[in-house]
Design a binder for this molecule. Sequence first.
Ligand code: 0RA
Length: 649
Amino acid sequence: MSDDYGASSIQVLEGLEAVRKRPGMYIGDPHDGSALHHCIWEVVDNSVDEHLAGYNNKIEVDVNPGGTLSVRDFGRGIPVGMHEEYQISAAEVIMTKLHAGGKFDNSSYKVSGGLHGVGVSAVNAVSEWMKVTIHRDGKIHEQMYEKGVPVSPLSVVGECDDTGTQITFKPDLSIFTNVVEFEFEQIDTRLKETAFLNAGLEIVITDNRGEEPHVSNHLYEGGISEFVSQINSHRQVLHKDVILITGEREIEVGTVTVDLALQWSDAFSESILCYTNIIRNKDGGTHLSGLRGALTKSVNSYAKKKNLLKGDSLSGEDVREGLASIVSVKHPDPSFSSQTKDKLVSSEVSSIVETVVYEKLGEYFEENPSMAKLIVDKAVLASKAREAARKAKDLTRRKGVLEGGGLPGKLADCQSRDPNECEIYLVEGDSAGGSAKTGRDRRIQAILPLRGKILNVERQRRNVAKVFQNNEIQTIIRAFGAGVGNDEEDESSFNPEKLRYRKIIIMTDADVDGAHIRTLMLTFLWRFMKRAIVEGYVYIAQPPLYQITKGRNSKYAFTDEERDKIIDEMKIDNPNAKIGIQRYKGLGEMNPDQLWNTTMNPETRTMLKVTVADAEDSDRMFEILMGEDVPDRRHFIEKHAKEVTNLDI
Ligand code: 0RA
């Protein structure tokens, strides 16, 4: 990065008016809830770039009462000199002209990038007001804007002996609907990730909206190694040290750098998080495929060379079982499959990552043979378990559970054969199943009563045969008619397009046992029919907790607050009415009519749709919640007690 990067090297591409007219094109859909927070990422990214350029080691983010937010960094400060072409200060150009930023050349490029990479000017355009304060050349400079338009020239307001930039803004709430308040948790989670990816950069977030300020501080000298340690914090790791690999390659437009941290544990899932220029690519892409290729090749060639392998080569899945890894690529001109940058498609990255990882991991294994053996042994075990699971599934298939085979006797099917209108209720217990069968709309609602607790599949990861042999589980697979398993290569894997019902509704009692049974069912669906959850076919029925009766009039309450509200209302005209309150302990206590009216009638019921914000998080949640480790589970439940009872996975 050249140090004489002054006012004249700022490029100007477009005007700003467009942003307010079509905010969706620049900052994301202002109605989907994420746009408001994109404004923050966009502003913070500029400060992260100052860190990447080597000039900034701290960012302070303040969330303030009144809907304003400020981002302060200790970088060089935005240049304040006159811009030759525009005859206004460079700072004003950066703050008010779209795409104005550092020159894109080989020695300096914007590395960190917001969702759309349009810069702080786009945020300025959608802000009721914005203020920039620049510490530079011993002076404090300031300028104010309203809806992106300067209301005064940049002027000196004081003196200082440090450098840096502070940007304060108030988003224009006539543009943002849906989510209109900054959410501390969301900001904290995202900026924690930013801190992990920028070793040595301190990010302090302060929420000033409560009675006391709430401060969250992130500084990770260990960077992505520390990130991996954190992902594995509740797992038994196979080797103490996180493996760190870095490398770089020249391409036509500049330098591509690869930073990678990896560590295996006794877990069964793989957690690989991919980033390009500090942006998460949740669907992976060419860096991920390069990494996967290199891992399979390195582990197999080491295993063969040292005679650790008896049978066939290890598959990629075997090698990656229990792996936690961060791959962070910096690229001067990356391509993505979509605006949201979920998947990196720059093809050269695949072979760059593959060669860097293959070379360095091979060296690492040679230098750490005992650790390498542990990794190979774990993959061999994974491979044996996978083979056993395949055989068990094959046996199940031959018994007709996966195709043909007829419907299970316990299923009360619906009349319609159009999956789009059909629903299946998975009901806890035979007595509730009986009420549901009588109360349902038999044209479109099928009932499958399940006896007692279904198998905890999380504890059978090394003995999958037991899952396929389980009666209740075979019954579910048969009733759905859509196969089982998540292996994309296997034709008999779960395919939601074959589902006989487009709504799978879990209906359990509103008590602790019911919550446990619901979690067991969700665990099975997540591990064996993942697409059902990911693609939104799974729902949770909401039976009422109370029936409140006054004379002939009765109402249902789904929460304690609702109960109290109903009682108050009933007492309005007669405070002495001694009102009847029935607490439903189970679905079985409701007669078929009540069950239909409160819980099953599609016109009036409320149901929760099961969604996944993040597949990695859900993987880990089931691992902890349903796995073997008791202290971990207790800790997790204590920490997430509220979420667990609401089961918002
Ligand atoms: C253009 C050029 C230089 C720095 C910046 C922009 C800059 C922008 C922002 C936005 C927030 N914080 C920022 N810090 C810096 C380089 C200036 C130089 O060469 O001294």
